[in-house]
Write a protein that binds this ligand. Structure first.
Ligand code: HMG
Ligand code: MG
Length: 298
């Protein structure tokens, strides 16, 4: 099993910076993404076309998307909440969009101001438009373990939503532990339910590291056959509508763990560490990556 390569979806420029209190200049984001493009990462989520009233940090989405140097072999998806966002993404030439739906009503309301059903209706519109334009749609299900408003989330809700989104036309579903509350057992049980109706090649795992469980939970997902893992360099990240949620699993830590297991990621750890330092220095933070801190001066 350990020889199966893992594809890392780098979400640092989007998930990582959407909640950042320091205003990051679009030129800095462009340089950051260009550095990431040289690391061997094959998927980099660049930005989101959401309402700038809700997420001002992503208000420079078009400028950033158009400003980056797109490398052959690298895909640059963008997050969209509705058809308006999808149209804006198409306008700048996005070739893949990602939609997001919460597995809990409380988070759906706070994050997107609508019910899960309304969110599904918006998703259908996005998928229809994406199909017309021949672009791929990735889906996120968030709050797969717990919700900051509703508490524990039943695995059956996650399974149902995952199945629905795949049937609607998403090519892959990323299962998000948005507030990082999952543990070995709860993540295992959630995946068992999802895998009753879906195969592991249609799934990705997206762990925030609020409780320090992200790597363990990713390992559980790998053991279930999942080979796509979301991460943010320097452990950046968090959602402003998920109180207390900290960053994603750090890409450097994930790469170090996978290399140690003999799993190929195609990512150059040294270059990744440099990119993580670049953005962390700019926002004046020590990287939330143990591997980055251990190796950067070596
Ligand atoms: P709303 O206020 O209900 O929407 O927000 P609205 O349709 O009434 O529009 C309000 C205004 O926003 C209007 O402008 C629209 O034109 C504009 P006004 O007329 O007032 O000037 N608008 C837009 N502008 C640009 N792009 C758009 C867009 N849509 C509307 N796409 C809405 C509803 C969904 C828009 C809002 O709630 C929103 O943008 N939410 C996004 C929140 C967000 O980005 N959260 C973080 C990402 S999710 C996440 O981090 C979790 C994840 O990482 C997985 C995990 O960790 O589990 C993916
Ligand atoms: Mg996230």
């Amino acid at each position: 099993k350990s020889s199966v390569p893992v594809r890392i979806v780098e979400v640092g420029p989007r998930d990582g910076l959407q909640n950042e209190s320091v205003k990051v200049h679009p030129d800095v984001k462009i340089e950051f993404i260009n550095q990431l493009s040289q690391t061997g990462l094959r998927t980099i989520e660049v930005t989101s076309f959401v309402s700038p009233k809700w997420i001002p940090q992503m208000g420079d989405n078009a400028e950033v998307f158009s400003g980056i140097k797109k490398e052959t072999g690298v895909t640059y998806p963008v997050l969209v909440p509705n058809i308006q966002g999808c149209k804006l993404a198409l306008k700048v030439g996005a070739e893949e969009v990602a939609i997001f739906i919460a597995a809990s009503e409380g988070f759906s309301r706070k994050n997107t101001n609508c019910t899960i059903q309304e969110s599904l209706n918006r998703t259908k519109e996005v998928i229809d438009l994406a199909k017309e334009n021949n672009i791929k749609v990735r889906g996120y299900v968030s709050c797969v373990i717990g919700c900051p408003y509703d508490g524990k989330v039943p695995p059956s809700s996650v399974a149902k939503l995952t199945e629905t989104l795949l049937t609607m036309g998403c090519y892959e579903i990323s299962l998000g532990d948005t507030i990082g509350v999952g543990t070995k057992i709860t993540v295992h049980n959630m995946l068992q339910d999802v895998l009753k109706t879906t195969t592991s090649d249609k799934l990705a795992i997206h762990c925030h590291d609020t409780y320090g469980q992200a790597l363990v939970n990713i390992l559980v997902a790998l053991e279930q056959g999942i080979t796509v893992v979301d991460a943010a360099v320097a452990g950046l990240g968090g959602c402003p509508y998920a109180r207390g949620a900290t960053g994603n699993v750090a890409t450097e830590d994930l790469v170090y763990m996978l290399e140690g297991m003999g799993v190929n990621t195609g990512v150059d750890l040294k270059k990744l560490i440099k990119a993580g330092r670049y953005i962390s220095d700019y926002i004046k933070k020590v990287p939330a990556s143990k591997v980055n801190n251990a190796l950067h001066s070596k």
